[in-house]
Design a protein around this ligand. Structure first.
Ligand SMILES: [Zn+2]
Length: 386
């Protein structure tokens, strides 16, 4: 196992009815900015519940944060917070709202010019952030318990990430009943995103990290077991609670501690979202099966472990077992209604040059756990995904 630090200061408040505890979680004197997305938090009553819990505190609202939160929108929240001297942020929504809130938190007091720089240096220039909490309504990204964020700049068609230990949420309230009214597409996307987050940290090469491996395999098997149920039984508390916790655990740092990490599928996927507007999880479902196929030699040992322990594929030659594991992965995504081919999203061979150009423009020329995923390899992956 490689050397590692593990640090995660986010306080998780899990269970039905716990939004009422915001009064205890948010500082009494806080001047609060509540950030939310397209209005479902308002429609479902979650926003009212949040405001009631905040009691007599001064509360401002900022709605309209998009599914891939943009710099353009978020800078308006930054201006509002500066103007009204707000000193605590509360994200109410899914990963996009929480990611957006992390950017706002770091940008309000940013002293090094245009806060877009935070994305260009992936967080290195962040020296302070306004404290914030989250009320999670969509299990998927794990943003509620990590220090990462992905922000899009619409005018550049650029979707970039930043990390900073200063943007861990102080707390996240996870109430599984808040996911009951989500559209099936968002729930299916959440399962795929959590699955691929786990794979990006697990399916690399062995470093004898027994706990991380078994934990990752447990998450993957849990997601496989939950997959059909989360769509068929939207108001099954146990199913939604387990999905929510699995998605959080998939990206809170534990399974990634002390092990090599890949993330090439995410980096290629980000370009597909930025250029073609494909949902984040859909891009992962498109890219992952081909990524595993193209890189099967360097991932061989872990692919065999994945076939045996996650999919229980015990017969056939090694190569047949790897093929079967990759096909089962694709079939799992398709079973959730998430299509796995570029052609399903009207992206054709002629569009691939631009994807590769943008990857290069964003410095993604040597990605993956061995830094050997060059633009040529990414092209091969995309061609196999057509
Ligand atoms: Zn993701």
């Amino acid at each position: 196992m490689n050397n590692f630090d593990f640090y995660n200061p986010t306080h998780i408040v899990f269970g039905q009815g716990r939004i009422a505890e915001l009064d205890r979680l948010v500082p009494a004197q806080a001047r609060v900015l509540v950030l939310y997305g397209g209005g479902s938090a308002k429609k479902t009553g979650t926003l009212d519940e949040v405001k009631a819990a905040l009691g007599a505190r001064e509360v401002h609202e900022f709605g309209g944060i998009e599914p891939n939160p943009t710099y353009e929108t978020l800078m308006r929240a930054v201006e509002l917070a500066r103007r009204e001297k707000l000193d605590f942020l509360l994200a109410v929504g899914g990963g996009s709202v929480i990611d957006g809130t992390k950017f706002v938190a770091a940008a309000i007091g940013y002293g090094a010019g245009d806060p877009w720089q935070i994305l260009l240096d992936h967080g290195a220039s962040v020296t302070q952030a306004v404290p914030f909490g989250a009320v999670l309504t969509l299990p998927a990204t794990g943003s509620e318990m990590n220090a990462g964020s992905v922000i899009t700049r619409a005018e550049f068609q650029a979707k970039l990430f930043f990390n900073s230990a200063l943007v861990y949420p102080k707390f996240s309230v996870l109430d599984p009943t808040k996911t009951y009214t989500l559209p099936a597409r968002q729930v299916a996307n959440g399962v795929v995103d959590a699955f691929v987050h786990t794979v990006e940290q697990y399916l690399t090469y062995p470093v004898d990290a027994m706990v991380q491996d078994r934990f990752a395999e447990g998450l993957l098997q849990t997601l496989i077991e939950l997959g059909p149920k989360v769509l068929a039984e939207p108001e099954n508390y146990s199913v939604r609670a387990n999905l929510m916790w699995a998605a959080t655990q998939a990206l809170n740092g534990l399974i990634g501690a002390g092990v090599p990490q890949d993330w090439a599928t995410h980096m290629v996927g980000h370009e597909l979202t930025a250029l073609h507007g494909i949902d984040h999880a859909q891009t992962l479902a498109i890219v992952l099966p081909s990524m595993l196929q193209v890189r099967r030699a360097s991932k061989r040992a872990k692919l065999l472990q994945y076939a045996t322990r996650v999919w229980h594929i015990d017969s056939g030659s090694d190569d047949e077992r790897i093929d079967a594991a990759i096909e089962q992965t694709r079939a799992f995504f398709e079973s959730l209604g998430v299509k796995t081919r570029l052609s399903d999203y009207s992206v054709a061979r002629g569009d691939l040059d631009r994807v590769i150009e943008q990857l290069s423009a964003h410095g993604m020329t040597a990605i993956g756990e061995h830094r050997d995923v060059t633009p040529a390899v990414s092209r091969e992956v995309l061609e196999l995904s057509l």
